[in-house]
Design a protein around this ligand. Structure first.
Ligand code: AMP
Length: 215
């Protein structure tokens, strides 16, 4: 199954993409995760991307599209994929079309998660991420000695540098101005599934699976 998960920062794309990729045994391709890994490892890509990401702006289209092409072309996508955080601009959508054509990838479904900005602001400002495995919890669940339920790391939960209040506002404005036209672009090109992203995580997953015809 070939999926794109779409929506504003903080709407739950990463959480759902991870669950859906595990359930369907498909690759989870998060451009944000790939870029953060590059920053952590201080690679050339990471050093180009860090300041841009910290400001809430977008990394240049060609760089991100190159990463996506290499990943889609790899073995881990042979059973399908869920693209999370890409495409985020109209040029990226066009680059993705070229990549899909070149790699003969068809039957794309786009899952759009919806929520009001205030929901995203509240979620992102209280979000804490395991620096070891990426597991997301709320700051209310963090205490001295807290152990990650996924990887077992202790005291590993941190606030992402771009989850700062001003940067959150910037990311939402980039979403509304630059990313939301991507949804219009796909309207008549792929199957669209729209879901209320304010529901409980399990209910969002259930609805996605139902609308994919899998439940
Ligand atoms: P995310 O984890 O998806 O919220 O992405 C975090 C940051 O990585 C974004 O705010 C951008 O700076 C960068 N990024 C991730 N995906 C893309 C993309 N498709 N195009 C450009 N920049 C991206």
């Amino acid at each position: 199954m070939n999926l794109i998960i779409f929506g504003a920062p903080g709407v739950g794309k990463g959480t759902q993409a991870k669950i859906i990729s595990e359930k369907l045994n498909i690759a989870h391709i998060s451009t944000g995760d790939i870029l953060r890994e590059a920053v952590k490892n201080k690679t050339e890509l990471g050093s180009k991307a860090k300041a841009i990401m910290d400001s809430g702006e977008l990394v240049p289209d060609e760089i991100v599209a190159g990463i996506v092409k290499d990943t889609l072309n790899g073995d881990k996508c042979s059973n399908g994929f869920i693209l999370d955080g890409f495409p985020r601009t109209l040029p990226q959508s066009q680059l993705l079309k070229t990549i899909f054509d070149e790699l003969d990838i068809k039957n794309i479904k786009l899952i759009k998660l919806d929520a009001e900005d205030q929901v995203m602001i509240n979620r992102l400002s209280s979000r804490r991420v395991c620096s070891s495995c990426g597991k997301i919890i709320s700051k209310d669940e963090v205490f001295e000695g807290v152990k990650c339920s996924v990887c077992g790391e202790v005291n590993s939960f941190i606030k992402r540098t771009d989850d700062d209040e001003e940067v959150i506002k910037k990311r939402l404005s980039v979403y509304h101005n630059t990313t939301s036209p991507v949804f219009d672009y796909y309207q008549d090109k792929v199957t669209i599934i729209e879901i209320d992203g304010t529901q409980h995580v399990d209910d969002v997953t259930k609805e996605i699976l139902e609308k994919l015809g899998l439940n």
